[in-house]
Design a protein. Structure first.
Lengths: 302, 302
């Protein structure tokens, strides 16, 4: 199945305790698309400026990523600059230059209308709904959001969530969206808003999946060196949804496999700046890390 | 195999958002002993005051917990008072009255000399070593500690750790003991100090086990209602070490089972004040929760 992803394509300037990367490829849709493309064809909808050229596009070339939906607009590409703390557990945004992204109105090419899986990246919930209005009823709609929309457009977000089957958020967002501190209660409240499946990302503490068949808990892969956490959540989403689209159904067993696959992809993402590690990643490496997750979590019956 | 546990037996006064418990049974050795006693005989070494009577001892009666080593001293029993935050994720200590615990010098009864498994609760590392000097070489020495000793008696603690096979600490303590933020690096540094097996407790985020055969990650059981977290770590340790002593060897497979068993016990502990839930817990309930951990974490091969 094809995945349609709508989100940001950006330049990132990132400082970590280990170094600095200047105006490298970033944006939620970029990480998502490359991660998902290991498992299924991806159709990318986003916007870049005139400063975004063939060199940057090279990251997507040679992969099953359709770029017809990547609009090129007069102006400059979205640029985010951030600095991580010594422990990499928090970051300060130094600047956010929305540039052309400020005027982003997702236009879905006719060829994309029949996408079976749609991923609504973290954009205005009004725009997220406009995307859904431009596609035939997809089999799966998955969605990301953030505190900015949870507090800024709560009613609009709730409208969007009614049409979403899978919501992916981090633990703080789950708590703020539901108004519940306890994640089990938060999940119940959020699932009543629409998404039957809720994925709660907890960073270094792993992922919780809440679905019709109960809860699944996966750890994060214990890495000796995390180099740059930027994009890990979007990479998780790409691996998760790409895997689901690739296998073609979202049974409980496949949802669980997809969580592990997303976690595996994310564990590679953080090993280098930008998409660097993802771009030199091979499917055998991914499958090997999946097996390591099995080794990491297995225990026997009594 | 018998487990010898040395630690505190105390009165706790606890305030949570859900209520208040006044001078109820607490202390690391109390939680540990009751949890471990589901799996193997326990020998308790600690000290209480004259205000600790048959009513309090009732918690230990009818279980395979030997109380010959529980000294009764002139004075009052150790009393801790704490108040939890609304989210239960932090707590303030309101008072710590050490009372007779201030003068605690562990005296190991002759009958306890041949304990195959020894658990050194969170006490002065000098006292921990004095315990080891009073027993024949045990098969397994496990140990807990805290920031107070990590910073206050680092050299003494390191002497003790040379004689320890299993160290159980929380993630903050692992970081402070090793001076490494990254837990994989922290584990390597700590394992070089002596303990071949390191168990890192991460509260609601579960447990990491570092051993000769790699890393094992277990989640915490997702509870809808955490009533009182007091004693969860000690209960984990009791379930973990009790299970290991019960099966009699600490192979990698058994260490993993023991982590899950400890997590299962801890998930019951937090459902009520003090040892209340543990005292009305049955072995079938424990085994049922173990199976739920399997359900929570299982995923299939690709």
């Amino acid at each position: 199945m094809s995945i349609l992803v709508v989100g940001s394509v950006a330049y990132d300037t990132v400082e970590t305790p280990f170094g600095r990367a200047e105006r490298v490829l970033g944006g939620s849709a970029s990480f998502f698309a490359v991660a998902a493309s290991f498992f299924s064809p991806v159709r990318l909808v986003g916007v870049v400026g005139k400063d975004f050229g063939e060199e940057q596009l090279a990251a997507f070339r040679g992969r099953p990523i359709d770029l017809e939906g990547l609009e090129r607009m007069e102006g400059k590409t979205f640029h985010w600059q951030g600095r991580y703390s010594l422990d990499l557990n928090s970051r300060d945004t130094i600047c956010t230059d929305l540039n052309v992204f400020e005027f982003f109105k997702p236009k879905i090419p006719a060829r994309y209308r029949r996408s079976e899986v749609v991923f609504l990246g973290n954009i205005d919930p009004v725009l997220q709904r406009q995307v859904l209005e431009q596609v035939d009823e997809p089999r799966v709609v998955a969605c990301d959001t953030m505190n900015f929309w949870i507090h800024g457009k709560p009613a609009e977000l709730k409208e969007t969530l009614k049409r979403v089957q899978i919501l992916l958020v981090n633990d703080t967002e789950a708590r703020e969206l539901s108004g519940e501190w306890n994640l089990v209660k938060a999940a119940r409240a959020i699932r009543a808003m629409g998404p039957r499946t809720l994925v709660v990302k907890k960073g270094e503490h792993g992922v919780l999946l809440f679905g019709d068949e109960g809860i699944f808990a996966a750890p994060a892969y214990p890495l000796e060196r995390v180099f740059d956490p930027t994009g890990a959540g979007d990479t998780f989403a790409g691996g998760f949804l790409g895997y689901l689209a690739g296998v073609g159904d979202h049974s409980d067993a496949n949802l669980r496999r997809a969580v592990v696959m997303g976690s595996a992809l994310a564990s590679f993402c953080v090993e280098a700046f930008s998409l660097d590690r993802l771009l030199r990643l091979s499917r055998p490496e991914i499958d090997e890390r999946y097996r390591r997750f099995q080794e990491l979590t297995r225990f026997d019956s009594l």
